[in-house]
Design a protein around this ligand. Structure first.
Ligand code: PLP
Length: 424
């Protein structure tokens, strides 16, 4: 199936007389005829549902759709994008381990890594995504277990050279984890470029309507855990909390990583997505292939308008010819990048705040990447924990305005920007 058909049909095939739409299985619990039947589920001897904290059929259908879109082998939904980022790393890292991460990542992910996961004993080295090969090489340590980056960084809009980061990760025997939230599998499929695990905040374009917070993790099934068995004992040695199962043996390369994340992390941490939210997410996915091109089209027009405006200091949009990442974006995302544009208003922080007060169509919101056009000043909101140096490393200048271009009529969006700029 092509991606457009997958958006509509993948993940769920109703049988004779069954609901056409992925049904909401709003049940915490599932019934079995015998204790033996249920026991097999607890031993991971049979697959099936017993408690929604671990797995729910609605969620699994939606995860299977995203899995098909990304070209993965297995996938799971999580309660949020943050939970997806956390699980994706924590599934293969523990205290004493180390991760190499791009410094241009979502502010929430940076806090998760730099503050919370450090407190758990996992160390991170942040590298400029455009660092030299030598600098990237120098970031690895003997205890490095993963490399992490974003296809298009939120909000820096840096485009990651996925192939280069994949090669570096693989040369050190560790997987590359890519947060593909901004590009979505409509515009980029990181697995095709060497990524091993893909994460999403489904809260953004995938849901697309400000309706439901959620996340997803997709495994490519391509990383050979046994080839680096000493680094990944959680996958290659028996799990005593599951009767001595060795995940990579029992579930193969295609199933080991997601099964472990479900059986251990969901069981113990319980960050499951509500089935109702998964249902809403699926509604969003059914139009993702129609919305993404419109987001990109509108964003490009907005970027062109801003670029020629006398009150605008600079514009950053990877789809704009002349952008620093234009060529790289063309390679990884030939059909378009995302709907998010960032820019600076001449006059810095004060001018930016005045400009934002004049907007009517574009609403001030911390959210990005959905049907509604919205706008944010990250230095005073999502990234306010960072000092100026950290902001710079994350690619966020104090005057940066992040505009998430929606799918309204682009004339209305541009007129709104024009009006607000005239007041500055
Ligand atoms: C929003 C976002 C997250 C976090 O997702 P939540 O669903 O808000 O928890 C992670 N990565 C990126 C790129 C994001 O934009």
């Amino acid at each position: 199936m092509e991606k457009e058909t997958k958006c509509i049909q993948a993940g769920y095939t109703p049988q004779n007389g069954e609901p056409r739409m992925i049904p909401i299985i709003q049940s915490t619990t599932f019934k079995y005829d015998t204790s033996e039947d249920m026991g097999k589920l607890f031993d991971l001897e049979a697959s099936g549902y017993f408690y929604t904290r671990l797995q729910n059929p609605t969620n699994d259908h939606v995860a299977a759709k995203i899995c098909a879109l990304e070209g993965g082998s297995a996938a799971m939904l999580t309660s949020s994008g943050q939970a997806a980022s956390f699980f994706s790393v924590f599934n293969i890292c523990g205290a004493g381990d180390h991760v190499v991460s791009s410094s241009a990542i979502y502010g929430g992910t940076y806090n998760l890594f730099h503050v919370t996961m450090r407190r758990m004993g996992i160390d991170f080295t942040f590298v400029d995504p455009d660092c030299t090969d030598e600098e990237l090489e120098a970031a690895f340590r003997p205890n490095t277990k993963a490399v992490f980056g974003e296809t298009i960084a939120n909000p820096a809009l840096t485009v990651l050279d996925i192939e280069r980061f994949a090669n570096a990760a693989h040369a050190h025997g560790v997987p590359l984890i890519i947060d593909n939230t901004f590009a979505t599998p409509i515009n980029c499929r990181p697995i095709e470029w060497g990524a091993d695990i893909v994460t999403h905040s489904t809260t953004k374009y995938m849901d697309g309507h400000d309706a439901a917070v959620g996340g997803c993790i997709v495994d490519s099934g391509k990383f050979d855990w046994f080839a680096h068995a000493d680094k990944f004992p959680g996958l290659t040695t028996p799990d005593e909390s599951y009767h001595g199962i060795t995940y990579a043996e029992k579930f193969g390369l295609g199933g080991a990583y997601i099964t472990k994340a479900t059986a251990q992390l969901m069981r113990d941490l319980g960050s499951i997505q509500a089935p109702m939210n998964a249902y809403l997410l699926n509604l969003g996915l059914e139009s993702l292939h129609v919305r993404m091109p419109r987001h990109c089209e509108n964003a490009l027009e907005v970027a062109k308008f801003l670029e020629q405006h006398e009150k605008i200091a600079w514009v950053n949009y990877p789809g704009l010819p002349g952008n620093r990442y234009y060529e790289r974006a063309k390679k990884y995302m030939p059909d378009g990048t995302c709907g998010v544009v960032s820019f600076g208003v001449k006059g810095g922080r004060a001018a930016a705040e005045k400009f934002m007060k004049g907007l009517r169509v574009a609403m001030i919101a911390t959210h990005v990447a959905d049907a509604h056009t919205c706008v944010l000043h990250p230095a005073s909101a999502t990234h306010r924990q960072m000092n100026d140096e950290e902001l710079k490393a994350a690619g966020v200048s104090p005057d940066l305005v992040r505009l998430s271009v929606g799918i309204e009529n682009v004339r209305d969006i541009i007129d709104d920007l024009d009006n607000a700029l005239s007041a500055v």
